[in-house]
Design a protein around this ligand. Structure first.
Ligand code: C2E
Ligand code: MG
Ligand code: MG
Ligand code: MG
Length: 291
């Protein structure tokens, strides 16, 4: 965009700022349209057991199904919804969609052993949240033991007593808690000690670095992943690795004792209708032989 000077040469447009503002306004608009037109959906990515390749659960991932622009991933959508306060309505809608889809999928596959992992923003942590989730899972007839709540280190950051109370309440109700993107952000191993964490999700950046020949980090990343896995197991946590894209990564992670994993190697996030159609075609999609 051209720089335009005003009469006295003082007026300068900053293209990056202006484009950012426009993009932001467009996203805010899409969020409102998505809510009023029911364009939000919960896509599901299978989580597999590393040893067998069997599906043990699904992570619900927000998608905006835009009639003109197609399937829009969360990206900046979540952070903008957090800034504008729309996250409450988006989060509640997403919970409804995720639970509804989970029931459909469980009924279609006849499998009631799989779990559903749901991402929650720190801003959704208000005192009424445990009661709200319990009312919803009751309404859908889903046992709390089948639900995993994914939080990030940002939620635990200030050791906020209110957050602790909410997590303890989830824990008492039988929901499990996963610490997402572990190893990025403000990681502290003491979180595993101080909060009722059941699952540690190793961030995909480590998984990528383990086998990335472009960096010198391979060896160190491998040691980190192996170490995080051992410590998590000692703290009685299950370990899930994210972003597995190659057989080599799968084999390494398996050798480190990582329990479960998810990534494009196994399946991309997809609509529940697609997952159900796939399962009809093959009863155990993507199942691989035991290595
Ligand atoms: P996340 O919770 O860490 O989710 C994993 C992200 O990694 C997903 O991106 C998933 O599509 C992507 N992924 C999975 N396997 C692979 C792989 O093999 N390679 C690569 N390159 N990527 C892979 P997505 O769906 O774009 O979501 C991004 C983030 O948005 C999520 O990261 C989560 O932090 C947030 N998010 C998604 N849905 C929700 C939601 O309902 N509520 C909240 N608060 N946040 C959400
Ligand atoms: Mg997650
Ligand atoms: Mg993650
Ligand atoms: Mg992430």
């Amino acid at each position: 965009r051209k720089k335009r000077d005003g009469k006295n040469g003082a007026q300068v447009y900053h293209p990056s700022f202006e484009d950012g503002t426009r993009e932001r306004a467009a996203i805010e608009h899409d969020i409102e349209l998505g809510l009023s037109n029911d364009w939000f959906d919960a896509y599901f990515q299978p989580i597999i057991q590393m040893k067998t390749g069997r599906i043990v659960g699904y992570e619900a991932l927000l998608r905006l199904l835009h009639p003109e622009r197609g399937v829009i991933p969360p990206g900046r959508l979540i952070s903008i919804a957090e800034e504008t306060g729309a996250i409450d309505r988006v989060g509640t809608r997403m919970l409804e969609k995720a639970l509804e889809n989970f029931v459909r999928l469980s009924e279609a596959s006849g499998n009631s052993d799989t779990y559903l992992a749901i991402n929650l923003s720190p801003l959704q942590f208000e005192p009424a949240l445990p009661m709200k989730l319990t009312a919803m899972t009751n309404r859908y007839g889903i046992a709390p033991g089948r639900i995993v709540i994914e939080i990030t280190e940002a939620t635990l950051l200030h050791d906020n007593p209110q957050i602790r109370t909410i997590l303890d309440s989830f824990n008492r109700h039988g929901y499990r808690i996963a610490l997402d993107d572990f190893g990025t952000g403000y990681s502290s191993l003491s979180y595993l000690n101080r909060f009722p964490v059941d699952i540690v999700k190793i961030d995909q950046s480590f998984v990528r670095a383990m086998c990335d020949d472009e960096t010198e980090l391979n060896e160190k990343s491998r040691m980190l992943v192996e170490g995080i896995t051992a410590i998590s197991h000692k703290m009685a946590c299950t370990v899930v690795a994210e972003g597995i894209e190659t057989e080599e990564q799968w084999a390494l992670l398996k050798s480190f004792g990582v329990d479960n994993g998810q990534g494009y190697l196994f399946a991309r996030p997809q609509s529940v209708a697609t997952l159900i159609a796939e399962q009809r075609a093959k009863p155990e999609p993507r199942q691989r032989s035991v290595a």
